[in-house]
Structures are given as C-alpha cells and as structure tokens.
Design a protein around this ligand. Structure first.
Ligand SMILES: [Mg+2]
Length: 358
C-alpha cells in the first residue's frame, strides 16, 4: 500500500467575506491510497488555520514524513497514528483509508450528487443577500445563511429586517458572526432577533420541501433559526450567558472546530447548538462516539472542500441524522463558489486536476 499526495489551490469566484477577513484561495491536499492489487481510495485534507487547525504545509509535511513501511502490511488505522494537532489530516487519512476499504470490497457506491437531506444556502455578505436569495429559493433552498459582523450592527439589523420581510414565511435564516461581535453588539442583535421571531412567525414547509429522509421543519422554531459564534473563542462565559438570556438559539462554531474543543465545551456545560465541520473536526469515528454518547443538536457544515471531502462529510451527516433526528438543514449549500468546475467531477478527475492546480 502506498500514499500519494497532491496539493491543490482553488480560487473563489468572489473572495468570501467574513469577520475573519477575505478568503480568496482555498488550499488543501488530495490523497490517494493505493494497495498492491491496484485499488485506490481517495481522501482530502482541507484545513482552515484561522479555525485553529494545522496549515496545508504542516499537513503535507506530516504525510510526507510517513515512511513507506508505515503503510506496509497495515490492517487498521489507529487514532494514535496521527497527532491531535493535525485534525484535518486525521479526517483526510481516515477517509482515504475508509474509501480504500470500500473499493477493495467493491461496496463503494457512486457518490450521489444530491444530498437526501435539505441544505442551507450561503448568501453573499452584506446587502447583496437581498438580491441573491430569490434564485436560491427557486433552486429549492429554504434555509439561508448570512454572514454578519462585517458592518455597523445597527445597519446589519436593518438589512436583516429587510431580508426577513422579503423572504417567504417558510424561509429560515441562520446568522453567522464568525466571532466578530462585541458583547454590546451581540446583545443588540439578539434583542432584534427575538423581536423579529416574535412578530414574524415561521410557516411549516410542505411535505415536498422537507426533503427525503428529513424530519421536516417544526413550526415552533423562529424565522431566525440561530446565531453562530457571536463572540471570539475566549469569551465562552459571555456566550453562555447570552444563550440563557435570549430565546434565539446560539450555536458555537469556531469555539468547537475540533473534537477536543467540542468535548471540552460539552464538559463546560454548553447547552446550545453545535456547528460541526467534519473535515476539520478530526477522527470520524470519534465524532460518531460523541453524538452517540450525548445526542447534541449538531449542524453539519462544509469548509469549502472538494467533492472528495464533501462526500465523506455528508456520509457522517447522514449517519447523524439517523441517530439524532432533527430538522436543521445541512450547511453544505456551498457548491458553485469556485471559479472552476471541480464540484461536478469524480474523485479520480479531481485527482488529475489537482496535479496542475497546486
Ligand atoms: Mg460559522
């Protein structure tokens, strides 16, 4: 068995604007694990260093440091094989390993282009959201994510009210501050959200809109589904207090980017929602153990990975949805954001393209 690695670079059609700044190029690694019989398994390492993961260079250095005899006669990939400070590498190698096992037993299903669970569409930041949603609604999206914390909060509250007013009453909005608010601005925003949720009630989706396998949307939730990561990581106590003070649910995201952080915040008593980005969280089996033990309300989300990482992450999201039924759309409505056509390619085709992009 041997591992080959191809670094890749993908340019966003328009740089993604968040409270972390502008993101113009997504860098990662495509992995191909091949056995002596010629079976191949693909995996992807797609770190986000500003979420506290390793860098692509650190992941590459680790993978290259694995001697060829690391892979010789290997029958399992133990969690101790990859150190804890490389969570995206853990996910990437574990998913390449799992993909190879499936290729060997010919149990690999062709990746399905569409998720059977409803997806949340990412709106462009700022006022562009107001003109972008109708097309996404037409495509069937019913939950929309909007990045905030990039302009004056009073201004963003007015845009949010305009957005809620424009959207059909079945639509939900998921806000994401990426830790960019202050306690004052978060308080102001949550007062606004609570008021909007009181005055603009959510209408239930039709059976068709709920999506195959989904539990459907309950009508008692608000139009504003939740606010992700209002404050920076170190302000956990303040976020915990906000979660108790307001009715609009809060979700931790940056605070719980890796499984070690998620477990730590669970111990510290977080009772709100959890955003889980499987591709950077760490070992897939460890994530399964966490939700089977605690059944936390999780929102599975993308990190702008290629279809290789996406398929592995969606498999986990579907397993979670079976174990812990809920009605939150998956944060994987992120196709079409790059200036390339990789989102439509097979793993083997992406492997070929990665050679020229890295
Ligand atoms: Mg987020």
């Amino acid at each position: 068995m041997h591992l080959k690695i191809r670094p890749y670079r993908r340019t966003f059609r328009h740089p993604l604007r968040t409270a972390h700044g502008l993101w113009a190029v997504r860098e990662g690694l495509i992995l191909r694990l091949t056995d002596d019989q010629g079976h191949s398994g693909y995996g992807e390492i797609a770190p986000i260093p500003w979420f506290g993961t390793e860098t692509p260079a650190q992941a590459l250095a680790f993978c290259q440091s694995l001697e060829p005899d690391f892979w010789q006669h290997r029958t399992t990939l133990a969690e101790t094989a990859i150190p804890p400070h490389l969570p995206a590498t853990q996910f990437g190698l574990a998913s390449a390993w799992a993909d190879l096992q499936q290729a060997r037993t010919a149990s690999r299903f062709p990746p399905s282009p569409a998720s059977p669970l409803p997806l949340c569409a990412l709106l462009p930041t700022g006022t562009a959201a107001l003109t972008a949603w109708p097309q996404l609604w037409e495509q069937g999206f019913r939950t929309f994510k909007w990045k905030i914390g990039v302009a004056d909060i009073a201004q963003e509250c007015r845009w949010l009210e305009a957005l809620i007013t424009q959207l059909p009453p079945q639509a939900r909005v998921r806000l994401d501050a990426n830790g960019g608010l202050t306690l004052d601005s978060a308080t102001q925003l949550l007062e606004w959200c609570d008021q909007l949720n009181r005055t603009a009630s959510l209408q239930p989706l039709s059976l068709r809109e709920r999506g195959a396998g989904g539990e459907g949307q309950s009508a008692d939730g608000g139009r504003i589904e939740c606010l992700e990561q209002p404050l920076p990581l170190e302000q956990f106590a303040a976020m915990h207090h906000l979660a108790q003070q307001f009715r609009t649910p809060l979700a931790l995201d940056e605070s719980v980017a890796t499984l070690a952080h998620l477990e730590d915040h669970h111990r510290r008593g977080w009772a709100g929602l959890w955003v889980v980005k499987p591709v950077i969280a760490g070992w897939p089996d460890r994530l399964r153990r966490v939700w089977r033990q605690h059944s936390p309300p999780m929102i599975f989300s993308s990190v702008f990975e290629t279809p290789i990482g996406r398929q592995a992450a969606l498999t986990l999201a579907q397993d979670y949805a079976q174990d812990v039924p809920g009605d939150r759309a998956l944060g994987f409505g992120t196709l079409g954001w790059f200036a390339d056509e990789w989102d439509t390619l097979s793993p083997a085709q992406i492997w070929d393209r990665a050679e020229d992009s890295g």
